[in-house]
Each structure stands twice: as structure tokens, then as C-alpha cells.
Design a protein. Sequence first.
Length: 327
Amino acid sequence: MTRRNPKNFAQKRLKRPARDAYSTRRVEFPSPHDADPDDRDLVVGTLYLPDRPKKPPLIVMAPGLGMWRTFGYPAYAERFAKAGYAVLLFDYRHHNESEGAPRSLIDATKQQQDYEAAIKAVKRLHEVDGNRVVLWGFSLSGGHVLATAADRYDVSAVIATCPFTDGRSVIKSNIKRPKYLLGSIGRGIRDRLGSFVGFGRTVPIVGDPGSGAVVDTPGARREFLDLVDRESNWNNKTPARLFLWIARYRPIIQASNIRAPTLLIGGTEDEITPVDNVAAAANAIENSTFVRFPGTHFSIFAEDFEQTIGHQLTFLMDVFSDDRSTG
């Protein structure tokens, strides 16, 4: 079968598995609101099912900061499915096809709730083994899977690629940029206050240095935008209230509570989630494997894809080594 062409620039040269190795279908599941648990938004995702084994382990995946599930993540889901793992790849509330207003909102608490809702949903799927669930995350969602796994006993393994582990690093990295730091807090406050009267404020998710974007490290804008699905209507903006919580978000504090085998991967050229922060999280987890690779934050989707997916498949093979039916 002919290899399919990816829909983004960054992955043009990646080898993709033939579609007869797996099937896909759209799935929807509810995620509750804090104020009223009976009021729920629908979360939309894609379920990848391998042609074997009959009851495969399942990997729950969600995108990084402001990204959609179509932005490079299918390449990972397809390779996992080819190797015999089912995958649920979903978009958070407020993003892409999932429900929720305002659009493009990035909220760590809500996104962790969506992971919890996804785990609950997959345990009801008859095609997969709901007792063997792996949490997978990248960047901000890498932090989410660490925080989520720390509070659960039913997670078989965790894979965190270039994870956001400690919001204090945001303050430290920006302490020499007081104008940006104070401006970000000001925009966050104006967005929060304005949202109560219908006049919220947005900021770019990714931009060039000096743009005021959430991520403005050199080269990040180009690498990020190269992953955007050419057919999507994604907008490079998010409500600025993100700046009010990002420095207080510290998954590393919970890392020592993780009991499941955990693979952490960090890039030595990553200026967004520094590799030393990833290493510190690995040191805090008793049963962890840490892989350092010479790449940038987004290179795991492009030139470092094969190396990164190789480490992950090896890790999963070790975790499920007693299951001879999974390849």
C-alpha cells in the first residue's frame, strides 16, 4: 500500500505505516465542569485500533500547548498501532472539534480533567484492555500525564516527551525580561477581568522573540507552524489568562508519587522545556527511564522522530514483556 503524505510541512519525509495495519474511528466522551458536574462538554478524539492483538493495551494521548491532535501526533499514534497498541488521541475541551467556550482556552486543571475523562471512557471500550493504560504527553501535556499518574494506581506506564515540569522555570527564564514578565501578568489580569463582561484578551501561542507570545524562543514559531495541518482553521491565539497560572503549575512536586514505569525524554537543545528540568523530574520518580537526545523541543516530530519513537516502543515492550501477543 502506498505511504500516505502527511498534512504538515515538518513530516513530509517521515515513513508512515500502511493503513491495513490498523483502523481508526471518531470517538466522543463527556468531561465535567467544575461548577456543575452534571454540565458536561463533549471531548472529541480518534481511536486507533491495531489488527492484533485482540485486546491490546491502550495509550491515551493529547497535544501540547495550544496544539490540535492533527499536528504531528498521528505519526506517533500510527506507529504505536502498527506495533500492537491501541491509541486514543483526543483534543482538549475548547480546541478543534471538542466543545467548550471560550475557544482555544489553555487551562491545566481542565486539561487534566479531560485526561481523567479519557481514562474513564477507554475503560468502557470492549476492543481494548482497560487494565493496561499508558499515558502519553508532550510539552504541557507531558506535565499533565505526570500529574495525572501521580494520583492514580491504575496506570500501567507513562511517556512524557519534552515535558513541562516546573512553572518556576518560566519565572527564572524571564527574570531578565521584566518588561515581558510584567506585561504578561498585566495581559492575563485584563483577560480575566474582561472575560466577566465578554471582553477577554488573547495573545499569540507562539511567536518570534519580542512578540509577546506565550512561547517566543528563537526558532520555535517556525517549527511549531510547520506542524499545523494545512487543512485546519487553527488560530495562533489563546486567552491571556494562561499567564496567571503557568508559573504556579509544578508537576515535578507530584512526580515522586508516580508508581508506574515512566519514560522521560528531553532535548539538549530544547529552550522551551530545558533538559535539566526533565532530568530532575526523572530523578524524582523511583521507576523512571530518562533519555537525552540532541534535539529541539519540536524536533521529535521531524528529524528526531525515528529516534524518539524507537525509545518509546522499546520502553513499552519492556513494560508489557509478559504479554507475548503484543509486538
